[in-house]
Design a binder for this molecule. Structure first.
Ligand code: URA
Length: 242
């Protein structure tokens, strides 16, 4: 299944005339209030071009994926609640600021999601991180929970759920079911993802209307092996294998 239109747009700073901007394929737009697609800036498109390129070596794949992950984490954190927090500056003046409210944790869907843990740690000092391993059950061909290790007080936390590739959505859906069974309400889960398929996104957004997804890009579709297309291949292989 592949969406008909791969949108091509002029990408560049607003102050430039359209004809002065290069064109590139940008994310498919979606109409879900609970899905945020990162702004399709020249930086993001150039970073995605590097990690999508089959000639990119592992060192560059890691470096440039990490930059995209950092953007996702920063955007994801904007969806957390804040409270008013006035402070006094060293020159004795007041500043009407904000403070983060509520405890958070990361939960990575193994193995590719573990690649996103460091980006979260870089933004949130000593953040708690849990893990979920879901694999296809050889007998039923359905996703199956093989292992989880989650903070014991996870029900009191906001959860940033980490998985870079969102193809059919099977593992992410199961991961959300696990979190909900441990008492985490859907509205306290934020799913961070680099590349999604339109079918995965619409499945997820309608199944979990209160959960928020932040993704860098919604691609065209899936191929017959459920790889995202045009995609970037197998994320875990490219990030972890020589
Ligand atoms: N997982 C990947 O690593 N790549 C895909 O294209 C789909 C799922």
């Amino acid at each position: 299944t592949t969406s008909e239109i791969a949108p091509t747009k002029c990408v560049g700073p607003d102050y430039r005339a359209e004809e002065q901007k290069p064109t590139a394929t940008v994310s498919t737009a979606v109409n879900f209030d609970n899905v945020t697609v990162l702004s399709q800036t020249p930086q993001l498109i150039a970073l995605l071009s590097i990690i999508r390129d089959k000639r990119t070596d592992r060192g560059d794949f890691i470096f440039y994926s990490n930059r995209i992950i950092r953007l996702l984490v920063e955007e994801g954190l904007n969806h957390l609640p804040t409270v008013e927090h006035p402070v006094t500056t060293p020159v004795g003046r007041m500043y009407d600021g904000l403070a983060f409210q509520g405890k958070i944790c990361g939960v990575s869907i193994m193995r590719a999601g573990e690649a996103m843990e460091q980006g979260l740690r870089d933004c949130c000092r000593s953040v708690r991180i849990g893990k979920i391993l879901i694999q296809r059950d050889e007998e039923t061909a359905q996703p199956k929970l093989f292992y989880d290790k989650l903070p014991e007080d996870i029900a009191d936390r906001w959860v940033l759920l980490l998985d870079p590739m969102f193809a059919t959505g099977g593992s992410a859906i199961m991961a959300v079911e696990v979190l909900k069974s441990r008492g985490v309400p859907e509205e306290r889960i934020i799913f961070l993802n680099i590349l999604a398929s339109p079918e995965g996104i619409s499945n997820f957004a309608s199944k979990f209307p209160k959960l928020r997804t932040v993704t860098a890009f919604i691609d065209q579709g899936l191929d017959d092996k459920n790889y995202i297309v045009p995609g970037l291949g197998d994320f875990g292989d490219r990030y972890y294998s020589m």
